[in-house]
Design a protein around this ligand. Structure first.
Ligand SMILES: Cc1cc2nc3c(=O)[nH]c(=O)nc-3n(C[C@H](O)[C@H](O)[C@H](O)COP(=O)(O)OP(=O)(O)OC[C@H]3O[C@@H](n4cnc5c(N)ncnc54)[C@H](O)[C@@H]3O)c2cc1C
Length: 350
């Protein structure tokens, strides 16, 4: 009997599997590896700043300092480069905004996270009111990372590449049984497809569709540029540019409207010529309260969920997959704000 059966192999499932293995637990993953899974689409940026709110993200002081060391260690395990530490240059539109940012950075602990620059950073950008250099930032190739972790699992016979059929699952107090795979515990990490899970109907996901472009341009920068949209340098003059947010149509189809919106915002701040060479869409597994969702699925004592990574899977996976691992192995309690406990008064299906 294995220790943990994991359903879903995106950023949540893969990073959880890695942490469990690191802690000498056995795992088996079932993943259908949908090409449009959020982890296969994401730009992968991690950015602690919430510019519209002039503050840093929820639990930023816990989450961001460990990202670099976590991914370095993961890269050693995988033998592949999947993470790129890079500053973000967030262009400021007006002089008034620049003055505000200077005051915020001076009066708060924001100076730990940002530097305010009054000069422009590259002549190819239109903004000439300076920029914020965001520290503790960068990006990770979540598609390559999850594929590499799954390749490791496959080598150990610990991956089933298939759809998980909920009707075949049996859970008793002492055993999980899925088509003859026996486990002590099961952890659901299906991203937006949580909606199909016959147990999890009480958890509140508020998924957000996003579209993203790959463009080719002669720009050569070693930072992520941002104003309205971001430009992530991929090398060979290729950049990821995005992304859109919509909550009504939740399919995975790239649209003309999405492309137009991204190009419009890009041309507002970028002067260069470019060609669109690719266009993707996916759905982010955001929660209603924008907090990750970790913990037990009552009434079971051996069924769990790790989801709700929303638009920040790359930033959140290192800290929360490790927290989830310690919760699973050592029973370390989870804050109510992130735990499934916050849904306990809602009805549970099955
Ligand atoms: C356009 C776009 C841009 C983004 N940009 C960023 C960014 O810049 N930075 C950032 O950090 N995040 C970004 N994200 C968000 C990021 O992609 C997510 O936070 C993260 O990938 C979520 O990982 P996950 O494992 O929870 O879900 P997913 O990646 O969706 O993985 C779920 C996995 O479970 C599998 N699965 C589901 N149900 C079943 C089943 N029944 N049987 C078998 N397998 C199943 C799916 O096939 C999939 O492989 C972006 C997302 C989008 C769409």
């Amino acid at each position: 009997m294995i220790d943990y059966l994991i359903v879903g192999g995106g950023m949540a499932g893969c990073n959880l599997a890695y942490n469990l293995l690191k802690n000498q637990r056995s795992v088996h993953m079932i993943d259908e590896n949908s090409p449009s899974a959020a982890s296969n689409i994401a730009a992968g940026i991690y950015n602690p700043l919430l510019p519209k709110h002039h503050k840093v993200a929820f639990q930023a002081e816990l989450i961001y300092p460990i990202i670099e060391s976590y991914y370095l260690e993961l890269e050693q395990y995988l033998g592949e480069t999947v993470h790129f530490k890079q500053p973000i240059h967030y262009y400021i539109e007006t002089q008034a905004e620049l003055n505000d940012w200077s005051a915020y950075a001076y009066n708060s602990n924001l100076s730990h996270w940002i530097e305010v620059h009054t000069s422009r950073s590259d002549y190819q950008f239109k903004a000439n009111n300076g920029f914020l250099k965001i520290k503790h930032s960068g990006w990770a190739d979540s598609k390559k990372m999850t594929a590499a972790i799954k390749a490791k699992l496959a080598l150990e016979g610990a991956l089933t590449n298939a759809y998980f059929d909920y009707s075949e699952l049996s859970i008793t107090d002492t055993e999980i049984n899925y088509k003859g795979i026996k486990a002590k515990h099961i952890v659901f990490c299906e991203g937006c497809d949580l909606i199909n899970n016959t147990i999890n109907t009480n958890l509140e996901l508020k998924p957000a569709k996003g579209e993203i472009l790959i463009i080719k341009t002669e720009l050569d920068i070693d930072y992520i540029a941002q104003q309205g949209v971001y430009m992530v340098p991929l090398g060979n003059q290729l950049y990821k540019v995005g992304s859109t947010f919509s909550w009504d149509v939740l399919d995975e189809t790239p649209t003309e409207a999405g492309k137009k919106e991204i190009c419009f915002k890009l041309e507002k701040f970028f002067k260069g010529n470019y060609d669109v060479v690719d266009h993707y869409a996916g759905v982010r597994p955001s929660s209603g309260d924008r907090r990750p969702i970790l913990g037990a699925l009552k009434p079971y004592n051996n069924a769990f969920v790790f989801n709700g990574l929303g638009s920040k899977g790359v930033a959140l996976a290192p800290y929360y997959s490790s927290l989830m691992t310690h919760h699973l192995i050592n029973g370390i309690p989870l804050d109510k704000e992130i735990s499934t406990e916050r849904y306990k008064n809602k009805t549970i299906g099955l």
